[in-house]
Design a protein around this ligand. Structure first.
Ligand code: PLP
Length: 426
């Protein structure tokens, strides 16, 4: 046995190297505590957290209503399996998702699962069952998960796909708008129309899946006219529009769902995850009843999907995030971050593009190489700030602070970010 004193970050990282698969990438951080916008490591260092466990902490670490809900639920019962015994927190979560749904149609239903990838898989199953069509269209820079189907739908070879084929059939990829790199809405739609001529008959396409702000792909928000024009094309061909909001949803952009920033866009199916569980694993597929009921009983589900603890947490999260004050605070935080990033861009030619929606903001470095982004993440870590990079070339820095962060903490984090960029770019 090793004494508790020996359990430094280095010690735990060495144990990790010995016992945990190298296939899961290893950060330097070893967490022993977290609260609100901060994380504490095994050496007693405190970090401001702009990573949020990859966008899962919109309500902050250990959000009090979430912790209380989990504790209450733990006193009553834990796992039941919703396919064995119905329980109210699952139904309540689905009721809230129906009330808050951005999707087309009056009567909304949901299914709850464990992860974003599983939710996207289920969205495709539902779309296929509802349309009787096999094909799926996804986009450049997309990230939809790491399971076989969602890895196929994801748009980055290393590290997500290399060596893992053969891939799932009937997945087709179209260009996505990327204004900073010269790809407009018209270019993207032309590419999709060409795909329908050259690769796949649109009459066989069940659904398209689109992130309104591409997350892992580089915090690329869709131009204002693109989702509506894509939806129009979908309607023309009887294709369902699946809105993947695993990273952009649950208040991150200042609206409950990022797609609400786009006038007149009511998706057919919404996929949510990450922050919805307030720190517990939960994801959902939501859509109008006739789509969600297209699969016969037993065709959807899973042992742990919609675990009672996760659902209790989700009810607390959704009740908090739906409050207008929470959403306007998210927008306001985003304005503050954006102004500071614009300032950063004006001082550093290396910063090429500042973008995002609400508090889903980041910046792309002009050079399409991960080196500077890595150096910024590293310099931030040294200074006590947790950052994540993203993007096809690993050259985008994304900011995902808790939306419950105080003004002072945000100021502190942004100052650390500025210092880190200055140090890395020097
Ligand atoms: N979809 C989007 C937009 C995501 O950002 C992610 C994860 O980063 C996923 C799906 C996959 O979610 P999970 O890692 O929970 O499977």
């Amino acid at each position: 046995m090793t004494s508790i004193e020996q359990r430094t970050s280095d010690w735990i990282l060495a144990e990790r190297a010995r016992y945990v698969s190298a296939g899961v990438s290893t950060p330097r951080l070893v967490v022993t505590g977290a609260d609100g916008a901060r994380v504490i490591d095994a050496d007693g260092r405190t970090f401001l957290d702009f990573a949020g466990g990859i966008g899962c902490q919109n309500t902050g670490h250990r959000f009090a209503p979430v912790v209380e809900a989990i504790q209450r639920q733990a006193d009553e019962y834990l796992h039941q399996c919703f396919m064995v015994g119905v329980y109210e927190p699952y139904v309540d979560t689905c009721r809230l998702l129906a009330e808050l749904s951005p999707c087309a149609g009056d009567r909304q239903k949901s299914i709850l699962v464990n992860s974003g990838a599983e939710a996207n898989e289920n969205a495709v199953k539902i779309a296929r069952a509802a349309t009787g069509r096999p094909a799926v269209v996804v986009f450049d820079n997309a990230f939809h998960g790491r399971t076989l189907l969602t890895m196929t739908m994801t748009s980055k070879v290393h590290p997500y796909k290399a060596g893992f084929g053969p891939f799932a059939p009937e997945v087709y990829r179209a260009p996505a708008p990327y204004p900073y790199r010269g790809i407009t809405t018209d270019d993207a739609l032309d590419g999709l129309r060409k795909l329908f001529k050259s690769e796949v008959d649109p009459q066989t396409v069940a659904c398209v899946l689109l992130e309104p702000v591409q997350g892992e792909g580089g915090f690329v928000e869709m131009p204002p006219d693109y989702p509506a024009r894509l939806l129009e094309l979908c309607r023309e061909h009887g294709i369902l529009y699946v809105d993947d909001e695993v990273q952009s949803g649950v208040g991150r952009t200042g609206k409950m769902w990022a797609v609400e920033h786009y006038d007149g866009v009511e998706p057919d199916i919404l996929v949510s995850g990450k922050s919805i569980g307030g720190g517990l694993p939960l994801a959902a597929v939501t859509g109008r009843a006739e789509l969600m009921d297209a699969v016969p009983p037993g065709g959807l589900g899973g042992t742990f999907g919609g675990n009672p603890l996760s659902c209790a947490a989700a009810v607390a999260v959704l009740e908090a995030v739906r409050e207008p004050e929470f959403l306007s605070r998210a927008s306001q935080l985003g304005d503050v971050v954006r102004a500071r990033l614009d300032g950063l861009a004006s001082h550093h030619a290396e910063v090429g593009d500042v973008r995002g929606l609400g508090s889903m903001v980041g910046f792309e470095l002009a050079e399409q190489s991960p080196d500077l982004a890595k150096a910024i993440v590293e310099a931030a870590f040294e200074r006590g700030l947790l950052l994540l990079s993203c993007g096809m070339y690993g050259n985008v820095i994304r900011l995902l602070p808790a939306l419950t962060i105080s003004d002072e903490e945000l100021e502190e984090g942004l100052t650390l970010l500025e210092e880190a960029v200055a140090a890395a770019a020097a």
